[in-house]
Design a protein around this ligand. Structure first.
Ligand code: R2B
Length: 253
């Protein structure tokens, strides 16, 4: 039995030509959508704890679509185990709230580097260790977005641990943000941070420390300059865009 504990599959499930590239989604439904829409010869490797994984081929290249779960602690477990299985490139396909007025719902953000405010990352590297995407993966994502005519932005993402407090939301159960978190959207806007999400910074630090390549493309589903809410009407279309940008990047890698 060579199954990794959380992935719930092992080397022997991956065949003679094991995938070296993995798409990683926070949401298991997105992992299934990627595999179901774009993979040939799809195999469901695991449906376990909501961290589902699929294997298939795109243009003859073996590939995985796996779920990270929400937040960096869960992502760190899944990525650690993917690397144990020989994965060399991880592309996160996420959702995100924009911080800049010109980053609109439906756009995609390709992260060049993260302002990494994530506790899990401290278990991997010092706080000040850079959290940057692989430049070649970022360029591949940007080429793909350009080719597909998407509205895309390349730049810095705030990777935080919480959806509410860490993203300066006061509309949830806790209306009383700590002083350090009050005015967060304005402060990050002035620092030219494009968007909020909850996984990329830790992924990037893991990539530099472990020696694999990582990139991140996120669908913009909220405009935090305007509102704290996710825009549900356009969410699916935005996610479809981020997925097609990620898949289209493969030919540039
Ligand atoms: C974006 O969406 C999730 C929170 O709703 C989280 O995984 C993230 O980064």
């Amino acid at each position: 039995m060579d199954k990794l504990y959380h992935l719930n599959f092992g080397k022997s499930d991956l065949g003679d030509d094991p995938p070296k590239i993995a798409f990683l989604s926070g949401d298991p439904a997105r992992a299934a959508q990627i595999a179901g829409t774009f993979f040939d010869k799809v195999t469901c490797l695991s449906e376990y704890r909501g961290l589902d994984s699929y294997m298939g081929k795109i243009d003859g290249v073996p590939i995985l679509s796996t779920t990270s779960g929400m937040g960096a602690p869960s992502l760190s477990i899944m990525v650690n185990e993917l690397i144990q299985l020989g994965v060399e490139t991880v592309i996160r396909v996420g959702t995100s709230g924009s911080i800049q007025p010109d980053v609109k719902v439906g756009d995609v953000v390709i992260t060049s580097g993260s302002l990494c405010v994530q506790g899990a990352a401290h278990d991997i590297a010092p706080r000040d260790y850079p959290a940057h995407a692989d430049p070649f993966v970022s360029v591949a994502l940007a080429n793909s977005a350009k080719e597909q005519g998407k509205n895309y932005h390349l730049g810095i993402t705030a990777s935080v641990d919480t959806f509410y407090e860490g993203q300066g939301r006061v509309s949830g159960a806790n209306p009383n943000l700590m002083r350090s978190h009050q005015g967060l959207v304005d402060e990050y806007q002035q620092l030219n941070v494009l968007n909020f999400e909850m996984e990329a910074g830790t992924l990037f630090k893991m990539a530099s420390v472990y020696g694999f390549k990582a990139g991140c493309v996120c669908a913009i589903i909220a405009e935090r300059v305007e509102s704290e809410n996710v825009v549900m009407e356009t969410k699916n279309a935005a996610v479809d865009s981020a997925i097609s940008v990620a898949v289209g990047a493969l030919k540039y890698l």
